[in-house]
Write a protein that binds this ligand. Structure first.
Ligand code: AMP
Ligand code: GLY
Length: 433
């Protein structure tokens, strides 16, 4: 990279968040030729082995602003959605510190599913037809008119739990009553969407956006259900791989033409100066790709497989997006495949134990990186479990099969009494090959 480009990059960075996604971001930023100093708030036990962690919560906007000023931070990279929707980037703008991540108006694209659905429908971007409801009776009448299977969604942020894919009318009716009458997700479910059920394979497309300019990152697929063969309840994501071969170059070109370009233009036309990740959840239906949702941040665990495949300087990429200088940015991608297996605490996504010690092998298999998520250090200095998703064991290899073998070898070597992981991450693509 040109020396003047490197010297224009920020030297002190704050990464906000403390999950596997943020560990992957920290590692990618540390690899920048600009060699920045990185602080993470609040981080986790693994991030703390790489950079300085400060115990400020990711949703404590006022304290984060104080931290930025105290540490003379020049650039903030925001991981999770909650600080974005609480206006962290707006607050940083006020003190003149650039950030990667949208302001609160852009974060509404994730924080309100009704806002997004209206934008999609208005701009004729492919998505399932839907109705919006505040009252139980009209919602149930609509259910009756559409029939099951059908999908019920809380409008607001519900930590990934606000969507019910109801296979029967009774289940759909129960979900409507829980959300609208039972206050299941509080204010987040004061309004709901009811949308047609789409059938197909899902893919997660991460797009780095800066106004009307954008760069599409390598494709990936997540595994949302807790159990092997996609059984059991939904989770934040149990594993990923990249590239997703189901998204052929021709299909990606179609997705770009029918979904990405129109989405970026529609968001700009709303008057939103979006600078950050637009994560587009897409269902590949028999009729073509259709938008399930937008998120306004990197995916977790998509980030853990997408960033390790870039040879591009991730700091230069995010900085260019934040500064409105993304036009013409060229991405360089490794030919290798990446696969991430999430090690969760037994019982997740419901109740699970915390505080169980984790023992790591002295030497990890070639190409394996262990990103920490819900981990902490206890008073005797041991790394212990501290969340539902605990680790993201990621392997890079010339083939997906080799990446899976390496990741699973490492998963078996990691010791923890409450460890749980899916055995079939990547199986769909491997079985197709
Ligand atoms: P969302 O948070 O909107 O992406 O929904 C969470 C999950 O629910 C998605 O990843 C899909 O697996 C499923 N889902 C959401 N909307 C639909 C739909 N219209 N049809 C079928 N499945 C859906
Ligand atoms: N892995 C899905 C998400 O980050 O929302």
């Amino acid at each position: 990279m040109l020396r003047d480009v490197v010297s224009a990059l920020p030297r002190s960075i704050l990464v906000v968040g403390g999950g596997g996604r943020e560990h992957a971001l920290v590692r990618a930023l540390l690899a920048s030729p600009a060699m920045p100093r990185i602080v993470c708030a609040p981080g986790n036990a693994g991030i703390a082995q790489d950079v300085t962690c400060v115990p400020v919560a990711a949703d404590d906007i006022a304290s984060l602003v104080v931290l930025v000023q105290r540490e003379k931070i020049e650039f903030v990279v925001v991981g999770p959605e909650v600080p974005l929707s609480l206006g962290l980037v707006d607050a940083l703008e006020k003190i003149g510190v650039p950030a990667y991540g949208p302001t609160a108006d852009g974060a509404r694209l994730e924080a309100s599913k009704i806002f997004t659905k209206q934008l999609l429908l208005k701009n004729k971007i492919p998505t399932a037809p839907a109705g919006f409801f505040r009252e139980v009776e009209p919602a149930i009448a609509y259910l009756r008119s559409r029939g099951a299977p059908i999908v019920i969604k809380a409008d607001g942020l519900a930590a990934g739990k606000g969507v019910v894919v109801a296979l029967t009318f009774a289940e759909a009716e129960g979900a409507v009553r829980d959300m609208l009458a039972g206050g299941k997700f509080g204010a987040a479910s004061a309004q709901i969407l009811i949308e047609d059920c789409l059938v197909g394979e899902e893919t997660s497309l991460l797009v780095v956006v800066s106004g009307r300019d954008y760069v599409i990152l390598p494709t990936s697929q997540d595994h949302k259900r807790i159990g092997d063969r996609d059984t059991g309840p939904n989770t934040g994501g149990m594993g990923t791989y990249s590239p997703a071969d189901v998204v052929t170059p021709a299909l990606l070109a179609r997705i770009d033409r029918e979904i990405v370009r129109p989405s970026v233009d529609a968001i700009a036309a709303e008057g939103i100066a979006f600078r950050g990740t637009l994560f587009i959840g897409i269902m590949l239906t028999a009729e073509g790709p259709s938008v399930l949702e937008y998120n306004t941040r990197f995916g977790d665990p998509e980030t853990q497989v997408v960033l390790p495949r870039l040879t591009t300087d991730v700091l230069a990429l995010l900085w260019a997006a934040a500064r409105g200088e993304l036009a013409g940015f060229q991405l360089a991608v490794k030919p290798d495949s990446a696969l991430c297996v999430v090690i969760a605490a037994q019982g997740y996504p419901d109740n699970y134990a915390k505080g169980d010690p984790i023992r790591f092998p002295k030497i990890l298999p070639d190409g394996v990186t262990v990103f920490h998520a819900g981990t902490a250090q206890n008073s005797s200095g041991q790394v212990v479990t501290a969340g539902g998703r605990v680790l993201g064991v990621t392997a890079l290899a010339p083939t997906l099969r080799a990446a899976a073998d390496r990741a699973y070898t490492a998963c078996d070597q990691i010791e923890c009494v409450s460890k749980y992981f899916r055995r079939d991450i990547g199986a769909r693509q491997l079985n197709r090959a």
